[in-house]
Design a protein around this ligand. Sequence first.
Ligand SMILES: NC(=O)c1ccc[n+]([C@@H]2O[C@H](COP(=O)([O-])OP(=O)(O)OC[C@H]3O[C@@H](n4cnc5c(N)ncnc54)[C@H](O)[C@@H]3O)[C@@H](O)[C@H]2O)c1
Length: 249
Amino acid sequence: MDLGLTGRVAAVTGGGGAIGRTTAKLLAAEGAAVALLDLNLDAAADAKAWIEGEVPGAAVAIITCDVTNKASVAAAFDAVTAELGPVDVLINNAGFSRDKYMVKMAEDDWDDVHDTVLKGTFHCCRAVLPGMMGRGWGRIVNTSSMAYLGNKGQTNYSSAKAGLIGLTNALAREAGGFNITVNAVAPGLIATPRLRARPDFAKLEQRSLALTPLPRLGNEVDVAKTILYFCSGLADFITAQTIHVSGGR
Ligand SMILES: NC(=O)c1ccc[n+]([C@@H]2O[C@H](COP(=O)([O-])OP(=O)(O)OC[C@H]3O[C@@H](n4cnc5c(N)ncnc54)[C@H](O)[C@@H]3O)[C@@H](O)[C@H]2O)c1
C-alpha cells in the first residue's frame, strides 16, 4: 500500500534516540528523505548508519540541534532545507524525564524538562509552519507520554507531556485550514535498549505486565508505527488526536 510519503521531507528531533531513529527508519522505508536533529551528533550518526543499512538508498541527513535554543533550531531547519528540501513532516520527539518528588525538585529539573519537551516543540513548529502553510500540506506529530495522566515523581515530565497534548489540540485548530494535521502519541513504558539495560528491568517489566491487557511490553517499533500512521495518507482526515501506545494500560 502506498502511504503517500514518497518524496516528502521529514525532520525528527531526538532522531539519534531509540524512538526517533526507528520512526525515521519507517519514514525512510516509505520513501521520505529524513533529517535526524539531535543534541548528540554521535547518536545521530550512529542512527544514520543504521537506517542506511536497513533501507538501502535512503536519504538521511544528520544535523546538530538543541531544540531549547531558538537560534539553533532556526539554523538546523535551514540546514535541512539546504540538504533535503523544505520540511513536510515534523516529529517533535526530543525529550527526557528527570524524576524527583516536587519537594526535592530543583528549578533546573523543572526548566530543563519543560524547555526541551514543550518550548522545544514550540520552536520547531514555529520553524516549519510558515513553509507548510505556504505549500498547503504538513504533518506534525508530537511524542507525549502516558505520564501526561500524572505519575508520582514526575510533576515536571507529566505537566510538560500534558502541555504537549494541549499544544497539539490548539495548533491542530490553527493549522487545519492549511491542510496541516497535528497529532500526538502517548507511549506507555517502552522497552528500548536503554530501559532493557537497567538493572531493575525485570522488576519494571513484571510490574508493567501485570497492569497491561496485552501480553507484552511495548517497543520503539510500536510507537514508530503509530507516528507513521499519523503521517500517512491513512490519516489524512485525522487531527487533534492522541493515541495511547500502551497495550491498553
Ligand atoms: N522510552 C519510553 O519508555 C518513553 C515512553 C513515553 C514517552 N517517551 C518519549 O519519547 C521520546 C523519545 O524517547 P526515547 O526513549 O527514544 O529516548 P532517547 O533518550 O533514546 O532519545 C531522546 C533523544 O533526544 C535527544 N535530545 C535530548 N535533548 C535534546 C535537545 N535539547 N535537543 C535535541 N535533541 C535532544 C537525545 O540526545 C536523544 O538522542 C521522548 O520525548 C520521551 O519522553 C519515551
